[in-house]
Structures are given as C-alpha cells and as structure tokens.
Design a protein around this ligand. Structure first.
Ligand code: UDP
Length: 380
C-alpha cells in the first residue's frame, strides 16, 4: 500500500515526502509523534495575534539558490534581515561583533586603532571566528579578542552548552564570527526571508499531495516493527523504504546508551506594551540564566497593543522531559553516534536524514539541501 514510510514531519521529512509523491508518484506514509507538522520550525498565531515560533526563533537564510527556488514553490516570502544585539555592560550592541560594535563599546581613538589593526590582518567583509582571532600575533587584536571572548562568547556558551568555547567544536562559535566591516545583519546570505504565512503553512503546503498520508500523534514504534532485517508496518511485512528523521538512539531503543543533546526551556511572556525591544533578538551573554530574548512582532510585523517575547533557558536534555535541540559535539558523543550510525547502515532500506538522525548542527537551508541530495541519491 505504501512505497515509502517517512518518520518525522519536520523539514527533512516534508521535503522527501513531497519529492517522492510529486516526482515519482510514490505512496507515502508520514508518521509524526507530535500533534503537528513542521518539527521545530512549527509556528502559530498566539493570543496576541502574533505569529510565534514555538520552538525558538527560526530565521530562514541561504546561499543555496536551488533550496531557495525549491521552497519558493510552496510559499511567498517576506524579506527579512535578522538583526541581533548583545547586552554588554547594560548596553545593546550589534552582533556579530563588527566595526559598528567596536565604535559603540570603545572610545573613538581606540576603536579606530582596532579597526585599522583588523584591516591590516584581514580582508574587508571577512568573517573571523573568535577562536582564530584569539591566536593573533598583534597585541591590539589579542586585546580585542579577549574582550569579545569574555563579553560575548564565554558566558553565553557556558550557559548554552555547559562548556567553554574552547571545549566545544570550533564550528559552533564560528557560526557567529567577528565581522570585518559594518554589516550589522546576523547573516550575510543572498536569500533571507520568512514565509509570509509562516513555516507551518509552508510545510502544510508541501504535504498537500494526495499520495501523502499523514499520521500525527503516533510514535513510530507503534506503527513500525523489525524482526532481524525485516520490516513490518502494523504487523504486515513492509517491502518499501524507510526514511528516519528522529534520534538514532531512540530508533534502537538506546541500546548503546543515550546520545547527549542540549535542550532549552522556552518561556513565552505577554508584555503589556506595544514594543519590548528594538531588535528581534537580544542576546544576554552575561548576568542572566537565559541566553536571549526574542520579540516575534519584530520578525512578523503585527499591529497589536501587546507583544510576545520569548526567553530561552538552556538545559541538559533528558528524554521524556524536554526536547533535544542541539547535538553535543564532544569526542565521546561522536563515538556513540558512530556506533548507531554503523548499526543503521546495516539496514539497506532505511535512510537516516536530518539534524537529529545525522546528529549535525544543520540550519534549515542545510536540512532542505541535504534532503534534496538524499532524494537524488535514493532515486539513482
Ligand atoms: N554565541 C555566543 N554568544 C552570542 C551568540 C552566539 O557565545 O551572543 C555562541 C554560542 O556558543 C552559540 C553559538 O555561538 O551556541 C551559535 O550561536 P547561534 O546564534 O548560531 O545559535 P542558534 O541560533 O543555533 O541557537
């Protein structure tokens, strides 16, 4: 009855369901544990009439033209350039740390000297990871690096990851580099926008094909069973393929132990004022238990007398208690993941895809890119 079972109706699952249904006329069973589609980019209009991102701020940005074109079939966009400030010594300053930030936090003479020092060592427009800047031979640059490390990265990262920037993979802090120039935007990608009617509407549009049967509120273990390498759907032998987008440890009922993730507690609050803050997101590297506050009205402009804000409180992930937002990139975790990865590779008809199943810090565009790639691989 079904050709492909897809587990998880987040972005990876939606792209693959849509492709197999629309391009190959395959019959798809899409199984989702939650009561809704769109995974962690799920959004909904709240009691203040504001479109909020239930699982934290999701800002679409990409340099992949194919990804942009692909998604544009399912949504119109509102052009949106994300801007973030970090609260440093009581003052909001633009992040990524750039020349404007330097001018805001240092006296003019020193700021000009630091700008010059940066331009001696780097190209205009270059992005320099903090850990790289710290290795600089130039004394002024090392002073700047120590300042940014202490004020922006150290305490934020300790909160977010429970570790210092030096303890986690360099690629994580490199996501928010020092920017050599005056561009205040959080991302520099060619395409930056939010779906006009939100991510949930976008994903729902992807899943309208008549060949896609969606099963919400269903843990895949309730529907899919294994006996050796044989697969069963509701007790019937299943000869098709399975695309799995959940956690690999859960797939194998944790037989090699749990994979570590970082989680967040999302605390939404209605503020009885038209506006709360100037930028969409303000990071609080220091002094508070939360890492950042997002005001959704600044992402999806809405006229309303109140405003909705979100504070994110990082936590350890505990299965059944909170959600696995971020894979943790230490050697032990990688080793555990490799074990699971080798195990699932033994199943020729099962393909793990996406941020959870591949244990990668994918952004939304990476997820779509990867799902399109997997679709091509599976079609050849
Ligand atoms: N980061 C930081 N201070 C900041 C912003 C980011 O230390 O003000 C570090 C932190 O380790 C964080 C990482 O950079 O986890 C990536 O930040 P990003 O904003 O990309 O995280 P996401 O939006 O994916 O949670």
């Amino acid at each position: 009855m079904f050709d492909v079972i897809i587990i998880g109706a987040g972005l990876s699952g939606a792209v693959l369901a849509e492709r197999f249904a629309s391009q190959q006329n395959k019959k798809i069973l899409l199984i989702e544990r939650r009561r809704h589609v769109a995974g962690n980019c799920y959004d909904e209009v709240d009691e203040n009439g504001i479109l909020i991102h239930k699982y934290g701020p999701h800002l679409f940005h990409t340099d992949f033209e194919d990804v942009w074109k692909y998604l544009s079939q399912f949504t119109e966009w509102d052009v949106y350039q994300h801007r973030v400030c970090a609260m440093i010594d009581g003052q909001p300053v633009p992040i990524p740390f750039n020349f404007n930030t330097i001018q805001k936090v240092f006296p003019k003479n020193l700021a000009d000297r630091l700008e010059n020092a940066l331009l001696q060592s780097f190209d205009y427009g270059q992005k320099v990871p903090i850990l790289e800047l710290k290795k600089s031979a130039d004394e002024d640059l090392r002073f700047l690096a120590d300042y940014v490390y202490e004020k922006v990265f150290l305490h934020y990262t300790e909160k977010q990851w429970g570790q210092t920037p030096d303890q986690i993979a360099g690629a994580v802090t490199a996501r928010v580099p020092i920017y050599i120039g005056r561009d205040d935007r959080y991302f520099n990608d060619r395409f930056q926008a939010v779906p006009k009617k939100g991510y949930t509407a976008l994903v729902k549009n992807m899943l309208t094909h008549k060949n896609i049967k969606l099963l919400l509120n269903t843990d895949f273990h309730e529907a899919v069973g294994f006996h050796g390498r044989e697969m069963y759907l509701f007790g019937q032998k299943f000869m098709g393929r399975i695309i799995y987008t959940g956690q690999l440890d859960e797939f194998f009922r944790n037989k090699f132990g749990s994979l570590p993730y970082r989680s967040l507690e999302m605390k939404f609050e209605t503020v009885d004022a038209e506006h709360f803050q100037e930028s969409a997101t303000v990071n609080y590297p220091n002094n508070y238990d939360f890492t950042r506050i997002t005001e959704f009205k600044n992402i999806h402009p809405t006229k309303s007398p109140r405003t909705t804000i979100l504070r994110e409180y990082p936590q350890n992930y505990v299965a059944g208690i909170n959600l696995p937002y971020y894979p943790v990139f230490n050697d032990e975790a990688k080793e555990a993941y490799e074990k699971y990865s080798a195990e699932i590779a033994k199943y020729a008809r099962i393909k793990p895809v996406g941020r959870l199943a591949e244990y990668r810090y994918y952004d939304m565009d990476d997820v779509v890119k990867r799902a399109l790639e997997v679709y091509s691989e599976m079609s050849s």
